[in-house]
Design a protein around this ligand. Structure first.
Ligand code: FE2
Ligand code: FE2
Length: 177
């Protein structure tokens, strides 16, 4: 049975890509960090486009949003997340021109803490409101039709999975403060 909740698995895959980016950073391997960031940004942007084009309009039409779960809140989170992705890309370009690469990398990792906190809050809102409420107001055939249109459908790939529990442990500190 198809379910919007399956997209939690996609969130886990995205987190795994971001972890690869940060692994590159702590090794001062800017080429790896940049390639992983590009892959992550491409995947996250495609997922956000799917939510904005197909999921949020349906949610806005059919769901009476709970407190903290309006379409506007989801969209404003997306705007902030996109801005962060641009900043990270700019920052890597700056670090390449720095004499003190370690200092630049530490600054970037610090700035990513805020991003991870926002992402945890956003994903929680989606897992508690957007996805389960969409499941309630759609039929199985509607879901299948909608999933077939997505740019970034969720596919189980055991080689790329950072499952939800791993994710909670890696991002827990970011979300708890
Ligand atoms: Fe989202
Ligand atoms: Fe999402």
């Amino acid at each position: 049975m198809s379910s919007f909740n399956d997209f939690l698995g996609l969130h886990g895959q995205l987190d795994a890509l971001f972890l690869e980016h940060q692994r590159g950073l702590i090794r001062l391997d800017l080429d790896t960090a940049e390639a992983a960031l590009d892959e992550y940004a491409g995947a996250l942007l495609a997922h956000m486009r799917d939510e904005e084009e197909f999921m949020l309009p349906l949610y806005g039409e059919r769901v009476t949003p709970p407190v903290g779960g309006t379409v506007e809140i989801f969209l404003s989170d997306h705007v902030k997340l996109k801005r962060f992705l641009e900043l990270f890309k700019e920052e890597i370009a700056k670090i390449r021109g720095m004499e003190d690469i370690e200092r630049g990398v530490l600054f970037l990792i610090d700035s990513q803490h805020l991003f991870k906190r926002l992402l945890v809050h956003h994903d929680n809102r989606e897992s508690k409101m957007l996805y389960p409420l969409l499941d309630q107001v759609t039929s199985e055939s509607e879901r299948e039709e909608l999933f077939a249109k997505l740019e970034r459908p969720y596919e189980w790939d055991s080689t790329k999975i950072d499952n939800h529990s791993q994710r909670e442990s890696s991002f827990a500190s970011a979300g708890s403060s």
